[in-house]
Design a protein around this ligand. Sequence first.
Ligand code: AMP
Length: 119
Amino acid sequence: MTADATGPSIFSRIVAREIPATIVAETERVIAFRDVAPQAPVHVLVVPKSELYRDVVELAAGDPALLAEMVAVAQQVASAESDGQFRLVFNTGANAGQTVFHVHGHVLSGALEESRIGS
Ligand code: AMP
């Protein structure tokens, strides 16, 4: 959720160090921390520190350089924690499984399941 009557998003509270997370990478505008419910050997969330954009479509339209920075951080995480190869998943919309409306990419790496999109 975004900053509205309910307050800052859970990810903004992690950025502010109000709630704990295992932070694995950080730049001026991006933070990366471990997903609390990992779905792969490496499962890290890459998140802009600003919650201005709810999803990747808004982010791509509003600040493509920030999206590119998120991809670069994802690559850094996959290289540091695995073999540098990774999936980068952006759930976009509640019907697609998005639960936190502060844009974030899931970096999935390590021994992933054989199935893949398009196969
Ligand atoms: P999505 O369903 O794409 O919106 O992804 C939200 C992700 O945030 C889920 O994979 C959750 O497990 C993860 N998550 C929720 N709260 C936390 C938290 N406090 N620390 C780390 N990951 C979290």
